[in-house]
Design a protein. Structure first.
Length: 304
């Protein structure tokens, strides 16, 4: 099957490579043209486009266009540009981490033009090229089934790691919750390694512990594999600043848990820990220290 990949980046580029190696023809477009050209030079069956209009011209109808862009304005503008270029029966796949409410709105917008819109929450990061991608798919049954060979190629196995979650927005919704869970798991690992690092009298080798935990233990996981790889060469992580970003999904999970009256203390706390890492919590700590000093005369550590 022919498919276009838009906004490759590193993850999108690896997905394109996996599709090419699976025998699909891929038309690639990225504002940084060298990205697509590089893949085209490495793999057979790849083609590049000079613009979104050129992408459409190089695909036979019904067209399948996978958009792999950051959530928000850039995805919105790209979809609107495609609306003026595509024909009824074509399909746009949003493989980014869009908010599911935006997805539902865009689905209705594109449906008026007869264009299918499929949301695919995609997990696997840069390693998916070798181990495959987990895909949580939302949208109408017909275009999802039509693209089965695409999903089977990208997945860890044809019958593993992907599924049709339900109607429009459901793929991005399930991916949102997936990422909220990921926040909590990552936070628990990070706190555990911090505890062991702080136990100076035992002189614990956290890199060795991470490696040992990877096999046979109930806490083994791919996230632990990644932690072990990071700790192997530099247990102190000296080159990494203590600043943790977030791309939105954890926030959206917490917002929805509030709307649904579902308590999510672990996910919420892990999100707030990321905020704290950006120094947003420093002033909070100052206020707390000041209040303790005011009501109890507790000592205050002076800023250096």
């Amino acid at each position: 099957m022919d498919i276009a990949m838009i906004g490759l980046g590193r993850m999108g580029g690896n997905m394109a490579r996996r599709l090419l190696r699976g025998g699909h023809r891929v038309v690639m477009f990225d504002r940084a043209a060298a990205v697509g050209e590089g893949i085209k030079g490495e793999e057979k069956g790849g083609d590049t486009a000079s613009s979104l209009a050129d992408v459409v011209a190089k695909l036979a109808a019904p067209r399948h266009i996978w958009v792999m862009l950051p959530a928000g304005e850039i995805t919105e503008n790209t979809l609107k540009e495609f609306m003026g270029l595509l024909s009824a029966g074509d399909t746009i796949i949003d493989g980014g981490n869009s908010n599911y409410k935006d997805t539902q709105r865009r689905y209705a917008m594109l449906k008026e033009k007869g264009i299918h819109y499929v949301d695919v929450g995609t997990s696997g990061g840069i390693w998916g090229i070798t181990v495959g991608y987990g895909m949580m798919i939302g949208g109408d049954q017909e275009p999802v089934e039509r693209m089965r060979s695409i999903f089977e190629t990208l997945a860890p196995a044809p019958d593993q790691g992907w599924g049709h979650m339900g109607p429009s927005g459901s793929g991005h919704y399930v991916k949102m919750v997936h990422n909220g869970i990921e926040y909590g798991m990552m936070q628990a690992y990070a706190e555990g390694f911090e505890i062991m690092r702080a136990k100076k009298d035992l002189n614990l080798d956290v890199a060795q512990i991470a490696e040992a935990w990877r096999y046979g233990t109930v806490v083994r996981s791919w996230l632990l594999d990644l932690a072990a790889a990071a700790l192997k060469n530099d247990p102190e992580l000296t080159d990494i600043a203590p600043y943790v970003g977030d791309s939105g999904e954890g926030r959206w999970t917490v917002f929805d848990s509030i709307d649904l009256d579902v308590p999510t203390p672990v996910i919420t706390a892990s999100l707030f820990a990321r905020f704290y890492s950006r120094s947003n919590g420093d002033y909070t700590a100052k206020v707390l220290a000041a209040m303790r000093n005011q009501f109890g005369g507790h000592a205050v550590k002076k800023a250096e």
